[in-house]
Design a protein around this ligand. Structure first.
Ligand code: PEP
Length: 255
């Protein structure tokens, strides 16, 4: 039987809270015309107001896929001012949604309860969650990196068990937006543990991926993507620089 980890490598751009209509239109045009970026294993996580612009490109057969950066924990549409439901994200063509990003955990105090509800809402609408885990610098220094990551996974494992496809992004908090990248040896070790854990906990899951995120750039993407335990990358800052992002997409093609 083939390994659930054997599928191709994903590249996910996280544009965070950046952009304008003009910039997003221009960027999507560039990505759609680039042979390395205009591929189904490339996903763009746009700010919510711009998802519909991406959807327009999709109607014109853009090859990349649309992702959202967040979703409401309320599963059903209703009187929840300011919220965006999983159904709405699916309606505008989203394929995947980031859940548990460290910025949401840190600035919006998102924890087990709300993250579990978000995973449930996504599952109901057949959207793929990109579930983010990662330790702080203090936790790594204290030798608690694996324990932290394992606990974050265990908290939502009952929800992950319901999914036909699981994508986990290992993003050490100290590496996000800082220019500090985890060493290849540390990535290899953490991903090996994550793969083992997922295989053990989710024996029925057909496709699993463990992505790395944290200061992935044009000059380190190739080495990171070359690790057999890395099934893709989640890219923040460097995805806003289209020249760099193209190179990262090219690096994923070689794998
Ligand atoms: C992220 O936002 O998920 C991320 C990894 O950011 P950066 O690439 O800028 O570190």
């Amino acid at each position: 039987m083939s390994s659930p980890f054997s599928a191709g490598k994903l590249v996910i751009a996280n544009w965070k809270m950046h952009g304008s209509v003009t910039q997003v239109r221009a960027a999507l045009s560039v990505l759609s015309q680039d042979s390395a970026c205009n591929q189904s294993h490339i996903m763009i996580a746009l700010p919510t107001p711009y998802l519909l612009l991406a959807n327009e490109w999709q109607q014109q057969q853009a090859g990349w896929q649309i992702a959202a950066q967040d979703v409401s924990s309320f599963a059903e549409d209703g009187a929840f001012t300011g919220e965006v439901s999983a159904r709405m994200l699916a309606d505008v063509g989203c394929r995947a949604v980031l859940v548990g990003h460290s910025e949401r955990r840190q600035y919006f105090a998102e924890g087990q309860q709300v993250l579990s509800k978000k995973l449930k809402a996504l599952a109901q609408h057949h959207l793929l969650p990109i579930f983010c885990v990662g330790e702080s610098f203090a936790q790594r220094e204290a030798g608690l990196a694996w324990q932290t990551v394992e606990q974050q996974l265990d908290e939502v494992m009952p929800l992950l068990k319901e999914l036909p496809q699981v994508v986990v992004a290992y993003e050490p908090v100290w590496a996000i937006g800082t220019g500090k990248v985890a060493s290849l040896a540390d990535v290899e070790e953490m991903h090996t543990q994550l793969q083992k854990k997922l295989l053990h906990s989710l024996p029925a899951c057909a496709t699993m991926r463990v992505l790395y995120g944290g200061s992935v750039k044009a000059d380190n993407a190739e080495a990171i993507l070359a690790l057999p335990q890395v099934d893709g990358v989640l890219v923040g800052g460097a995805s806003l620089d289209l020249g760099q992002f193209k190179k990262i997409c090219q690096a994923s093609e070689k794998r």
